[in-house]
Design a protein around this ligand. Structure first.
Ligand SMILES: *[C@@H]1O[C@H](CO)[C@@H](O)[C@H](O)[C@H]1NC(C)=O
Ligand SMILES: *[C@@H]1O[C@H](CO)[C@@H](O)[C@H](O)[C@H]1NC(C)=O
Ligand SMILES: *[C@@H]1O[C@H](CO)[C@@H](O)[C@H](O)[C@H]1NC(C)=O
Ligand SMILES: *[C@@H]1O[C@H](CO)[C@@H](O)[C@H](O)[C@H]1NC(C)=O
Ligand SMILES: *[C@@H]1O[C@H](CO)[C@@H](O)[C@H](O)[C@H]1NC(C)=O
Ligand SMILES: *[C@@H]1O[C@H](CO)[C@@H](O)[C@H](O)[C@H]1NC(C)=O
Length: 394
């Protein structure tokens, strides 16, 4: 027993004192990248490290031209403009971000990582126990652009052309060119090298409303832009005039709109001249709203309560607009009606033919010599009854 226990103790001690066989020094998988930013914007640096045991990551900062004096950065530093988020998966990942940038945030940012057990021992040289990756952040004064004020398109009165203008009044370096964007898409053929740029809408319609941006580009510096909102009341450009369904089926009504800002939608039922909110006590009504689209789904249609006129109403800060759809609900039996009609015609025809045939040839029936009394007691056949009556009247 004793030698065994001793061996076990040696194995246990060995495991405690020696690093595991798969131990691996810290190494960078992704290191932070240098960037140029504008005042007021945000930057994020990304650092990813492998190693076993999982390495610790720290962020350090040195001012421009002071690369000898690094200071450690903490989450919430610089009046809470600094944030550090670290997560462990198979690798250790850390993101350093700084918001509302100022010119003083320029400098060298360093990601340090280590899984060396002596890494926080002050007698050790950190250069031996930590690995480092650096990125340079340059913060430039945001260029000044004077742009047109918000414009509201009036769809009711005479249509006047709209002119949007931007003027680059101050910039860190001369700009290269400028262009216009609408709702996040570049407008083709608007590139120019002038300091002042103009975009004309000769005959504005509701779908010309939106978020317009003039963008100035620079050499080795981020684009600068200014926004002008062009607003218009919603215009409903697509809906069904009517929808015909069978009871028990589902119905889908929808409306599409143009006009910026995007509207809030409302569905109602038109009750003669008044409106009522949709009665969803049965839980069969579902509304799905997108920016410029709304859909009303009615499940398991009820022939008594669901038919009628439904209205979609789009409202934004400029005005509102509405459209209606008529919902018709047919009975389950409706598709059978043509068939039932044909069936009825066939039955009538057969009856007419039988009656006619039997009137034409009464002699054949006279051969029949069943007693009259028996016929009366158990016959359910009207035709035979009739024939008997005919015979009796002769
Ligand atoms: C653009 O800004 C510059 C500098 O402020 C000014 O001199 C110029 O007149 C402006 N141009 C227009 C078209 O407003
Ligand atoms: C416009 O400027 C803002 C602030 O600088 C920036 O975040 C955004 O990406 C720019 N947009 C474009 C399309 O350049
Ligand atoms: C109606 O919609 C519901 C839910 O989307 C679905 O489960 C059902 O099968 C649909 N009924 C018909 C007749 O399409
Ligand atoms: C509605 O918005 C989507 C995306 O926002 C856009 O692709 C689409 O063209 C718009 N439709 C209309 C009718 O404005
Ligand atoms: C109707 O009721 C169902 C079930 O309670 C619910 O899921 C749905 O969102 C409601 N629809 C509307 C338009 O309120
Ligand atoms: C649409 O809804 C708004 C707000 O509820 C209302 O003021 C407006 O009269 C409605 N528009 C139409 C055309 O019914």
């Amino acid at each position: 027993m004793r030698p065994h226990a001793l061996m076990l103790a040696v194995v246990l001690l060995g495991n405690l004192t020696l690093p595991p066989a798969s131990a691996q020094n810290a190494g960078f998988v992704k290191s932070p990248l240098s960037e140029t930013k504008l005042t007021g914007d945000t930057f994020e640096l990304y650092c990813e490290v492998v190693g076993n045991p999982i390495p610790e990551i720290q962020w350090w900062y040195a001012e421009v031209n002071r690369a000898d004096s690094f200071k450690q950065l903490w989450d919430g530093a610089r009046k809470r403009r600094v944030f550090i988020n670290t997560a462990s998966g198979t690798n250790e990942v850390s993101v350093l971000g700084i918001t509302r940038l100022t010119l003083e945030d320029s400098g060298t940012y360093e990601c340090r990582a280590s899984n060396d057990p002596r890494r926080n021992d002050l007698r050790q040289n950190p250069a031996m126990t930590w690995i480092r990756a650096q990125a340079t952040i340059s913060v430039l004064q945001k260029p000044k652009i004077s742009a047109s004020d918000e414009i509201v398109l009036s769809m009711d009165t005479s249509i006047k052309p709209v002119i949007l203008q931007c003027n680059l009044t101050a910039s860190h370096t001369p700009h290269k060119e400028s262009f216009w964007m609408k709702n996040g898409q570049e407008i083709p053929n608007t590139r120019t090298e002038q300091r002042t740029t103009v975009y004309r809408i000769p005959k504005p319609r509701a779908d010309d409303s939106g978020e317009y941006l003039c963008v100035y580009t620079f050499d080795k510096a981020p684009n600068a832009n200014a926004t002008t909102e062009v607003k218009a009341k919603p215009d409903i450009t697509g809906h069904k005039r009517s929808e015909n369904k069978n009871e028990g089926e589902n119905a889908t009504l929808y409306c599409k709109s143009v006009g910026y800002p995007h509207p809030t939608w409302k569905w109602r039922k038109v009750d003669g001249t008044s409106y009522t909110d949709i009665d969803n006590s049965t839980g069969r009504f579902f509304i799905m709203d997108r920016d410029n689209y709304t859909e009303l789904n009615i499940l398991n249609l009820d022939i008594n309560t669901d038919p009628g006129t439904y209205q979609c109403n789009a409202t934004n800060t400029i005005g509102n607009n509405a459209q209606t759809t008529i919902l018709r609900v047919r009975s389950h039996l409706a598709p059978l009606w043509p068939f039932l009609g044909v069936l009825a015609e066939i039955i009538i025809l057969v009856v007419i033919i039988v009656v006619y045939e039997k009137r034409k040839r009464p002699d054949d029936i006279i051969d029949d010599d069943e007693p009259v009394g028996q016929m009366k007691t158990n016959s359910t056949n009207n035709h035979k009854d009739k024939n008997i009556r005919q015979r009796n009247t002769k």
